[in-house]
Each structure stands twice: as C-alpha cells, then as structure tokens.
Design a protein around this ligand. Structure first.
Ligand SMILES: Cc1cc2nc3c(=O)[nH]c(=O)nc-3n(C[C@H](O)[C@H](O)[C@H](O)COP(=O)(O)OP(=O)(O)OC[C@H]3O[C@@H](n4cnc5c(N)ncnc54)[C@H](O)[C@@H]3O)c2cc1C
Length: 388
C-alpha cells in the first residue's frame, strides 16, 4: 500500500530538473558518495542494491530511455519528468499496489519495539513493515513537510535540525542586485572563515535581485545556511575568473595603462565581464567611474585585483525552505542500519530518501539517493514482511 497526502503522486519528481528530471549522473558510486560529505559512506549498501545502472536499465525497460547528452547529467531522452512518473505509476498499478491519495499517515502503531501498523486520517492499517519516504521540509508548495519527522520522532529517532540547502543566498551588499540575471559560466566560491577555504565550489554563478544563486552557490548554500544558525552573517568570497591569477590581472592592467590609457578602467573591465557587472563591481570596490587606465594608482589597482580574484560578499540569509531544492538535516543516521535502512530502534520500520540526514549537490545526486535508498528499504521491508 502506498499513502500520499497530496492529490497526485510524485509532485516533486515531476517538477524536478525544471520539468526535465535530472535523475542521476555519470559518477561511479565512490565519487558520488564523496559529494555527500563524510556521511556519504552511509549510502554505499543502497547504491549496491540499486545502482545508477539498475535505475537506467529499469527506465529503459519501462519505455523511458535516458541519456547524459552533456556527458554528466542523465535526463529522459524525451526531456519530460512526467514520463518517469508515469512509468513508475504504471508499474505500481501493474504490481497491484493499493494507492491511497489524499491520505495522510498520522502515527505509527508500535509495540515492544516493533511495527504493528499505522494510522492515517482515514483509518488504520495493520502491517509488519513500514517504509517512511516522506521527504524533507524543502519546497512546501510541492509537498515538503515535517510529518515524516513526527513519525520518526514517535519511534524515538533524533532529528538533525533541518535547514535549507540548494537555495539562493541573500547578500547584505546591494550591488549584486544591479546585475540581476547576469551569469558567469565558471566561477569559484568559498566561505571566508577559518577551516573552510578547502571546500571551494566551482560552477555557474548567477546574480539575482536578492544576491547570488546558480549551481555554484546552490552547492555551497547548505554549509552557509548551517553557519547562519550560529552567526548573523557569513563572509563569502567569489572568484569570477578562476583561471586568471593576480599576476595575469596585474599584467592585463599594465597593458591597459600603456596601450589603452585613455579608456576608463570600468569600460575596460566591461570588455571582460558583462557591462552591468563590470560597472557595479568597479563602483562597489570604490573606483572613480571616470578614471582612465593611465591615471590608476597602484593602491587602486591592487584593490581592483583583490576584487577581481576574490569578490567579498556578506551573506545574511537565503531564499529559505520555501525555495530550497533540498533539506539539510533530517532523521539522524546513527540510529539507522545502512545495510537495510531499518531503524535500530523499531523492528519493521525503514526510512528512504530525503527524510534522512543526507543531501547532495545539484546534478542528479538527490534523486539517485531517493531511488537507491527506496530500492534498498523496499527490498528490506519485503524481506521483513515475508519473515512474519
Ligand atoms: C524544484 C525542485 C527541483 C529538483 N530537481 C532535482 C533534480 O533535477 N535532480 C535531483 O537529483 N534532485 C532534484 N530535486 C530534489 C529531489 O526532487 C528530492 O530530493 C526528491 O524528490 C526526494 O525524494 P523523496 O521520495 O525522499 O521525497 P519527496 O519527493 O518529497 O516525496 C515525499 C512524499 O511524501 C508525501 N508525504 C509526506 N508526509 C506524508 C504523510 N505523513 N502521509 C502521506 N504522505 C506524506 C509528500 O506529500 C511527498 O509527495 C529537486 C527538488 C525541487 C524542490
């Protein structure tokens, strides 16, 4: 039996990847789990039970071939997330799974450390095995809620405080708003705090009306929002052109000074970056808008180079859980057996997907985890059910 409190199944899945569903990627399990951080090792048995290749083979068998046309991100060839959902629904119906829509699971029926059944808003069901795959709290408009955490807590599980991840960040500085919509294809970013310099991310940077976003920032956002719980703001550094060193910039500016001295510095910077970004950046770092390259002083040049290689931003918030693509936090892993995804507290209780305290970056990581953990938890629950 499958219980879904919403009117339709899989609303988040159908909206994923901008409606195209980036369901997995080309990484091998060891590399994939590393991108989830130190807790990623927990995922290994699930990835062994239901791997990327198992997922892609099933989709192919069910009439939804998928391909990684860019060499990394797998999407259905039809570019339609609904096709994945339809294939899963078709399988459910073929297997004669009873689907209860608009049916909320409200409590677990527990006795002597075992599952005996569950209670919904429209009646009770007896069962020796339950898989809680209730997702996280992110993006409530697509179904994110904390009901799954309540069920886990009822069974005695700890919940690691949920925070938004894969979410746009809000800057104290107003200048990024002036270039809203500008993207840079390959920037890097890091939290400018002791001990965080190593966790540098690289990818597309997008300036927004509130601050910064794009895959580069989304991948870093979970760390930043976690840090924001302890301090009111977090310093971030962004390198707009990681392939250009300080030395290269110094040579470039020197060349401008000699060969193109009459042009304003900000117009010259505007030949490298989009104009709105070049102007906003030069203003923000205190450059006189009319200064020609030939009259630039050494301290001003050095400050400009500081900014071009590491723009300082102050993050004061995020777009919040409302627009977070994933939840950081959830059911603590220490009380779950990774080999079966069974609760160590309650026999017959299993967890799968985003409800667990695991989240990955952008790029098919989170859905691969949802599918693999769903595969393992479902298999383990079936074994448990058959034992009874
Ligand atoms: C806009 C958006 C785009 C995304 N794009 C991608 C992408 O391209 N690639 C990727 O890898 N990841 C993507 N993600 C993340 C990915 O969609 C989620 O991590 C994944 O859907 C989690 O799967 P899940 O089954 O654990 O939870 P969910 O998909 O959230 O499903 C949980 C379901 O349980 C239901 N439920 C909750 N509590 C109860 C209850 N008590 N009783 C009955 N039903 C209940 C909910 O209504 C919900 O439908 C995206 C997320 C968002 C929000």
């Amino acid at each position: 039996m499958l219980f879904e409190r919403q009117k339709q199944l899989g609303r988040k899945l159908a909206a994923s990847g901008g409606g195209r569903c980036n369901l997995t990627n080309t990484l091998e399990p060891a590399a994939l789990t590393r991108r989830f951080g130190p807790r990623g090792r927990f995922m290994i048995p699930a990835l062994q039970r239901f791997s990327r290749n198992d997922l892609l083979r099933r989709m192919q068998e069910w009439g939804v071939p998928c391909a990684a046309e860019d060499g990394f991100h797998y999407f259905p060839v039809s570019q339609c997330a609904e096709d994945i959902l339809k294939a899963l629904e078709y399988r459910l119906r073929k297997l004669k799974v009873q689907i209860r829509l608009e049916c909320r699971v409200e409590a677990l029926d527990l006795k002597d450390g075992k599952i005996h059944g569950l209670r919904t808003d429209s009646g009770s069901v007896r069962t020796p095995a339950v898989v809680v795959a209730a997702g996280g709290v992110a993006w409530p408009a697509l179904g994110g809620c904390s009901l799954g955490y309540t069920l886990a807590q009822q069974a005695g599980h700890d919940i690691v405080e949920p925070t938004p991840a894969l979410v746009g960040l809000t800057t104290l500085e107003k200048w990024p708003h002036q270039c809203a919509g500008v993207t840079l294809p390959e920037a890097t970013a890091w939290m400018d705090l002791p001990g965080f310099r190593k966790s540098i991310t690289r990818g597309i940077l997008l300036f927004t009306h509130d601050g910064v976003s794009g895959p580069l920032i989304l991948d870093l956002s979970g760390q930043v929002t976690t840090q924001l719980r302890q301090q009111p703001s977090v310093p971030l550094k962004v390198c707009l052109q990681p392939d250009l060193s300080r030395e290269t910039w110094r040579n470039q500016i020197e060349e401008w000074r000699i060969a193109r001295g009459k042009k304003t510095v900000r117009n010259l910077v505007g030949e490298i970056f989009p104009h709105s970004l070049a102007f906003a950046l030069c203003d923000a770092c205190g450059l006189d808008p009319d200064v020609p390259a030939s009259r630039m002083t050494a301290p001003t040049r050095d400050r400009l180079i500081d900014w071009l290689t590491a723009v300082p931003l102050t993050i004061i918030g995020s777009a919040g859980l409302k627009q977070a693509m994933v939840t950081r936090g959830g059911v603590a892993l220490k009380e779950i057996d990774p080999a079966t995804l069974q609760s160590r507290r309650v026999q017959g209780l299993f967890f799968a997907g985003e409800i667990l305290d695991l989240d990955g970056p952008c790029g098919g990581y989170n859905l691969q985890w949802a599918f693999s953990s769903g595969g393992l938890a479902g298999y383990s629950a079936a074994v448990e059910g058959a034992r009874k």
